[in-house]
Design a protein around this ligand. Structure first.
Ligand SMILES: *Cc1c(COP(=O)(O)O)cnc(C)c1O
Length: 498
């Protein structure tokens, strides 16, 4: 049976996996979402000996079922190779009797976005060939810091593609900013905006939904697609590592096949935790999926009250990739919660964009009760970095520390001793100042001073991704107002204005 992807806002807009990956976002602004969860044979006694690539093949062939076996083999082999600095691709580290960190930061940009963005360009170009697409694909991406770089690393000089990345000026770490502004490749474009991530994401969505712009693009030989987690081609590869982690726990004898685990995910756009939900749906034994937020705790409030309210102060925190008030992928969970009613989902999303909030009525409580939610303040996050370092010598990045702090609080309140996997979403080397300040109390360090300190403290070798960053030539210096984002796109692509 083919897995059908449908817009969350219109039952008439459906696509196969490869079509959905090419389009990125449905034309009505909805998100392509699987209507049926495919059957996957998760035989964990057998999966203990499977490589990451083999687990990827199992999951991708189930969800992306209009790709051939050879096509997927090619994509997987091209994605999960020496770009990752460990053969396990996503190693699991035991930090206490119950807490395991799933390190998702061993790819080329040292954040978890690499897990999916190293394969997305291959899935997309394969899909383009499949459908004999004549237009050039333009990847339009709003980034809170990590997606942009990871997407450019994946799409750099990929034939028949252009990639344009918008990031909030002052809203990302120095290392993140330099990673983007020093990006090489003839087809890469980086633009800082005078606004925050939500502004960037809202404008990008607007451009996607603009029929006139789509028409003019098409005349010029272009088609937009998305590398954001709104693209199902981002989401599906993220299911893989949860299954892989479970198999590793069985393999090392930490759990028996079939035993329940908890999964904690530091959450921004709700993509990573939604992938954990799909992993649970195909049979991964999960007791709780714990959604961890920083001080932008719109999701914590949502899970506690069933009301989503974005009308609040936007806070810039030390975990910038989670500084989000409009969590795009939550729309997919809402769609599942309301029994796949596109009408209801569209109504709720209209409420969000027009009034800034919505409240759920009757929903599928079996799904909702799977989730727990909590948030960590800035002080709690820093304290957790120090606590874990003192206890184990392990240094975590501030995003992962948010998750770890929320998990500690959850255990204190619930007494739940279920083995728990914490999604570890970035290397501390990506946010060195925060990590060093939290541990040593030093303030006023530059990112590059902090990198040296961090190396001393952790004994972990400096990753390739940050070596030489300080002296790499800056190639992208464009800054635009939010209102001129579309103008920037039109200028890059040489579009004629009507
Ligand atoms: C993107 C990101 C997150 C948030 O992930 P979502 O899928 O948007 O919820 C968390 N941590 C880091 C380091 C990230 O880059």
């Amino acid at each position: 049976m083919t897995v059908l992807y449908q817009s969350t806002r219109d039952a008439k807009l459906t696509a196969t996996a490869s079509q959905a990956i090419l389009q990125g976002l449905a034309t009505d602004g909805g998100l392509f979402t699987p209507l049926n969860i495919p059957r996957v044979n998760l035989d964990f006694d057998r999966l203990t000996s499977a490589s990451y690539q083999e687990v990827a093949k199992l999951i991708l062939s189930a969800f992306l079922d209009d790709f051939t076996s050879e096509e997927l083999d090619h994509c997987i082999a091209a994605a999960y190779d020496h770009k990752f600095d460990v053969p396990a691709i996503a190693p699991l580290v035991k930090l206490s009797d119950h807490q395991y960190h799933l390190e998702l930061f061993h790819g080329s940009t040292i954040a978890f976005k690499d897990m999916a963005l190293s394969i997305l360009p291959h899935l997309m170009t394969t899909a383009a060939k499949k459908h004999a697409l004549e237009q050039k694909i333009v990847i339009l991406t709003a980034t809170s810091g990590d997606t942009g770089k990871a997407a450019m690393a994946g799409f750099e000089d990929v034939p028949e593609t252009e990639i344009i990345v918008f990031y909030p000026r002052g809203g990302v770490s120095k290392v993140q900013e330099l990673q983007m502004t020093t990006q090489t490749g003839e087809n890469t474009h980086v633009v800082a905006i005078e606004g925050n991530f939500d502004d960037a994401q809202t404008q990008v969505k607007k451009m996607f939904n603009d029929a006139d712009l789509r028409e003019r693009l098409s005349e010029a030989g272009y088609q937009f697609s998305s590398a954001n987690s709104m693209n199902i081609g981002r989401l599906v590869p993220q299911i893989v590592y949860y299954v892989y982690a479970y198999a590793q726990l069985v393999k090392s004898g930490e759990i028996a096949a079939g035993e329940l685990i908890n999964i904690v995910v530091p959450t921004g756009n709700f993509g990573n935790i939604l992938a954990a939900y799909y992993a649970q749906q195909i049979g991964l034994p999960a007791k709780k999926l714990i959604c961890a937020s920083n001080e932008n705790k719109v999701l914590t409030d949502f899970f506690k009250t069933k009301t989503y309210d974005k009308q609040r102060e936007f806070k810039v925190t030390t975990s910038p990739s989670m500084d989000i008030l409009v969590s795009s992928n939550l729309e997919r969970l809402i769609f599942h919660l309301v029994g796949h009613s596109a009408e209801q989902t569209a109504d709720l999303m209209q409420g969000l964009s027009q009034e800034g909030h919505y409240s759920l009525g009757e929903v599928d409580e079996d799904i909702l009760s799977l989730f727990e939610a909590g948030y960590a303040t800035e002080a709690e996050t820093a304290k957790e970095i120090k606590r874990l370092f003192d206890a184990t010598g392990y240094i975590q990045d501030p995003h992962t520390a948010v998750a770890s702090a929320v998990y500690q609080a959850y255990v204190r309140e619930s007494g739940d001793k279920t083995p728990t996997v914490v999604a570890s979403t970035a290397s501390p080397y990506k946010f060195p100042v925060v990590a060093v300040e939290a541990i040593t109390g030093q303030t006023g360090l530059s990112d590059f001073e902090a990198l040296g300190e961090l190396q001393q403290l952790s004994g972990v070798e400096l990753p390739r991704a940050v070596r030489g960053l300080e002296v790499a030539p800056v190639r992208h210096e464009t800054v635009v107002e939010v209102a001129d984002m579309q103008g920037a796109v039109e200028r890059y692509l040489g579009l004629m204005t009507n």
